[in-house]
Design a protein. Sequence first.
Length: 299
Amino acid sequence: MRWEDFRSSENVEDRRGEGGGGFGFPGGGAGGLGIGTIVILCIIGWVTGINPAILIGGAEQMTGGRQREEQVDPQTQQRRRTAPTDQSGQFAAKILGNTEDVWSTVLPDQTGKRYTPTAMVLYTGGTRSGCGSAQAAMGPFYCPLDKKVYLDTNFFKEMAQRFRVKGDFAYAYVIAHEVGHHVQDVLGILGKVQARQQASGKVESNHLSVRVELMADCLAGVWAKNSNDRWNALEQGDIEEALQAASAIGDDKLQQQSQGYAVPDSFTHGTSQQRMRWFMTGYKSGQTRSCDTFRTADN
């Protein structure tokens, strides 16, 4: 991928090297959750792309739980806003900048909605988010309470080691997926889904989560198509890298690897085939309207 010529986003907070707090949700730790549940939630967060406190049992945060706003001194804030100088930080800033350039045009043109960019927080190990503690074990996620994407850049190494997925476009797909959740937020979709989940049972809540995740995959494809049309950004093999990444984190494949069998009613983000298909749906069309997974009977 020809990402070096992209514009770097100014909406990057570099907190790497500042350390992080312990695991916990706003308003008093884990709320009595057992360690097994916490580990499961972290794994869910890793592969779904939204903080598990939001889509999996996150009613407190969305309906009255207090959000902790981190207090920082001006010097710390200025340091965070300084453009990253390392390769992984520059890569993340440039991919985010390109999503801003794409969605600021595409979203108004295709939906009539003005695009307000998300911010990206780069951190190491752990940090605070508007949705509680961000931990590296959770993987990248989007927090709709503070409108920010959280990314420990070491996750790219984890992708290569754990999922055997490599390549700059595979990593760009991960960022574009998180930004896709922000697009959903701008469109008012995440709030509606959360309300429906609170009124639903576990199985239906999981099905709704799958639709949210597949839509974010599709929106990542829309970004890729429009970025390539305007900047000729893609190189041979890039789409295959994204499909490999989407396949590696399918529910069916992960469950087969971890327990030897898959339980479809427990899926929270879709099968490998679904994730690949919806990314390609967005990429082939380049149209946001093609990503309405909620109007499709069979994902």
